[in-house]
Design a protein around this ligand. Structure first.
Ligand SMILES: NC(=O)c1ccc[n+]([C@@H]2O[C@H](COP(=O)([O-])OP(=O)(O)OC[C@H]3O[C@@H](n4cnc5c(N)ncnc54)[C@H](O)[C@@H]3O)[C@@H](O)[C@H]2O)c1
Length: 262
């Protein structure tokens, strides 16, 4: 399909990574202009180039830390000036670990990561996943109100947020995103804004390539569909949630996970 996002302008954070790049290219292929944000500037530019090649009418690579609220505000202003009012947000930037989080002190799922986790490690995780999403949602909402328009916000959570898979700080951040999403959906629907979350299972990206192969095999065995996911499994759902065909869908957490969580 083509043109399902024609005329839309999307901000995708963490666009340099596995899911971010796949979503950026899919959005571009459906006719959206895309602001490609990432902490890694080279990766942001590579994704913007790929989005242009896929047919995006306009792209804007943006290098910043998603926890820098002033830089996020500046990104939405620049997006509006160069591409048009941003009416789709994919809040996707994320990390699986933070320095000092005690991951190195435990083996697999054995032991307590909680007791080894530093305050800074806890705060950094919540800052990236939760504060970063809030800064983006706030900046987008201000611009939408100003323009008198609605839009679609998509928050990339995780099965960690719905079911506790993963470390405590990661699960807390991903669960918090669901609260943010549900509040925005409930309180901003009357303003024409939809908010939804995608809660991926295990998807093949750099983030999951650090998982030991034996553990990946175990996860596949526990998954009814017998495999881990591909970034395109998430990108296709993100396109749907960004497009007008999902106009009656808001406040939902959709979880492509192969059946690992049912
Ligand atoms: N891969 C999976 O199995 C999986 C499962 C569930 C949820 N997720 C979530 O999907 C999202 C994308 O993950 P991915 O699998 O593509 O991983 P990835 O590591 O390939 O990509 C993550 C991207 O986020 C960027 N990033 C990290 N910290 C940032 C910051 N402070 N500011 C801006 N950018 C930052 C990184 O530079 C990277 O490009 C994450 O939020 C992750 O938690 C992934």
């Amino acid at each position: 399909m083509v043109d399902r996002l024609r005329g839309k302008v999307a901000v995708i954070t963490g666009a340099g990574g596995g899911l971010g790049r796949a979503m950026s290219v899919s959005f571009a292929g459906e006719g959206a202009s895309v602001v490609c944000q990432d902490l890694n500037g080279d990766a942001a530019h590579t994704t913007a180039d790929a989005a242009s090649a896929a047919g995006a009418p306009g792209t804007l690579p943006w290098t910043s830390d998603v926890t820098d609220s002033a830089a996020i505000d500046a990104m939405f202003d620049a997006g509006r000036e160069q591409l048009g009012v941003v009416d789709v947000l994919v809040s996707n930037a994320g990390v699986a670990e933070t320095p000092g989080d005690g991951m190195d002190k435990i083996q697999g799922l054995a032991g307590s990561q909680l007791v080894h986790m530093s305050d800074d490690a806890w705060r950094r995780m919540l800052d990236i996943h939760l504060s970063g999403a809030f800064y983006c949602a706030r900046a987008m909402m201000r611009a939408l109100l100003d323009a008198g328009r609605g839009g679609s916000m998509i928050f990339i959570s995780s099965i960690a947020g719905t079911s506790g898979w993963g470390p405590p700080h990661y699960a807390a951040g991903k669960g918090g995103l669901l609260g943010l999403m549900r509040s925005i959906a409930r309180t901003h629907g009357g303003l024409g804004v939809r908010a939804n979350a995608i809660c991926p299972g295990v998807i093949d990206t750099n983030m999951t390539r650090a998982i030991p192969p034996a553990m990946v095999d175990g996860l596949k065995m526990m998954t009814p569909l017998g495999q881990i996911g591909d970034p395109s499994d998430i990108a296709s759902l993100a396109v749907y949630l960004a497009a007008d065909e999902s106009k009656f869908v808001t406040g939902q957490a959709l979880s492509p996970n192969g059946g690992l969580v049912i």
